[in-house]
Ligand binder design. Structure first.
Ligand SMILES: NC(=O)c1ccc[n+]([C@@H]2O[C@H](COP(=O)([O-])OP(=O)(O)OC[C@H]3O[C@@H](n4cnc5c(N)ncnc54)[C@H](O)[C@@H]3O)[C@@H](O)[C@H]2O)c1
Length: 333
């Protein structure tokens, strides 16, 4: 691709979306961010060449105005609510925002003849998988409304590819982690549920002690194992997905993970090593619905997207996250 592209980034002021915005700017493209700033931060997209439009996917008219004003080549859709526990307590909110919001977006895309969409899906679609690493053709049995909402959207996109000639790539991320190497943007979720920032905040004394949910799993040290993938590597995969959609119509699903699992205790040790401080922690009961091991088989993304993670080492991932927390200027607490 050699010409400038206008790409709409829904949810681009959030953690992963803002890294995609930065990657597009670095490539000379012109991202337009559409975000209601419910969990995102305008500071994370204050960058030359980036347009931020404050709007909500639930407001179809404001989407129509954006599509009338700009001529988009493609859309990358990060906007969503992401907290699994909250989705169990407020399923309607999750289905409204994540499913109905996406329906609005796709409807306006089809009306506007913008037929390329990269969608942020999740490993949560697999539920409690029976194999490891998990390939894309593993049965999808989500355990909570969050995972269901993402799987529903994948199904909707597949149908829209058949009916309207949409081209779509759903990227099933495992555990997004790390921060931009510049330290300028990173993970700033107001109610944080992710392990690495929780460890870092505990170590820095800016958050409570870490709770380790269960140490009696069938894993070498008894704690859960997850696949941590650097947020900049996720952004790279989105750029490859935009190019991949040039090849033809249809719906394509890719796992994005490093293929290496790290236990909670191993991550905690990596944070202590990188930060040079202890991570205060205590053991707690298992949480319902936590799988023992979630590790991706990402060979399809490597083969078909040519995706090569640049930062697969857990200490590098933690170091970038640590540097970001040291410089954090907005939003975290
Ligand atoms: N963080 C992870 O580990 C992870 C893993 C798997 C999948 N995902 C998916 O990746 C996407 C991005 O995750 P994140 O960690 O960056 O979350 P985030 O909360 O940081 O970003 C989501 C962004 O979407 C915006 N948004 C939410 N609802 C909106 C709406 N109705 N209209 C407009 N904007 C809206 C928020 O303001 C925020 O800026 C989500 O869809 C999430 O489900 C994340």
């Amino acid at each position: 691709m050699d010409r400038r592209r206008h790409v709409l980034i829904c949810g681009g002021a959030g953690y992963i979306g803002s890294h995609m915005v930065r990657a597009l700017v670095e490539k000379g493209w012109e991202p337009v961010v559409f975000d209601n700033l419910s969990t995102g931060h305008h500071e994370s997209v204050q960058h030359e060449g980036v347009t931020l439009i404050r709007g909500d996917l639930m407001d179809k008219q404001s989407l129509r105005r954006v599509f009338a004003e700009y001529s988009f080549d493609a859309v990358a859709h990060f906007a969503g609510l992401i907290a699994v526990g909250e989705s169990v307590l407020s399923p309607l909110t999750y289905y409204q925002n994540n499913v109905a919001g996406t329906l609005n977006l796709v409807e306006v895309m089809v009306e506007s003849h913008v037929l390329r969409l990269v969608f942020s899906s999740t490993a949560a679609v697999y539920g409690n998988p029976g194999t490891e690493p998990i390939p894309e053709n593993h049965p999808c049995l989500p355990l909570n409304p969050y995972g269901h909402s993402k799987l529903m959207v994948e199904t909707i996109l597949e149908d829209c590819c058949q009916a309207y000639g949409l081209r779509s790539v759903a990227l099933r991320y495992f555990n997004a982690a790390g921060a931009h190497p510049s330290g300028e943007i990173g993970e700033a979720h107001a109610s944080e549920t992710h392990l690495i920032p929780l460890c870092i905040r505990a170590a820095m004394g800016t958050g409570p002690e870490l709770k380790i949910f269960g140490d009696d799993y069938l894993t070498p040290d008894g704690t859960c194992i997850r696949d941590y993938v650097h947020v900049c590597d996720l952004a790279d995969a989105h750029i490859s997905a935009l190019e991949f959609m040039d090849q033809g119509p249809g719906m394509h699903v890719f796992n994005l993970g490093n293929g290496n699992g790290f236990s909670v205790k191993e991550v905690l040790a990596a944070v202590e090593k990188v930060g040079g401080k202890p991570v205060p922690h205590r053991m707690a009961q298992r949480r319902a619905g936590d799988a023992a091991v979630l590790v991706a088989d990402s060979s399809r993304a490597r083969r078909e997207l040519g995706w090569r993670p640049r930062y697969s080492d857990i200490e590098t991932i933690v170091r970038h996250a640590w540097n970001w927390h040291m410089q954090q200027k907005f939003g975290g607490e």
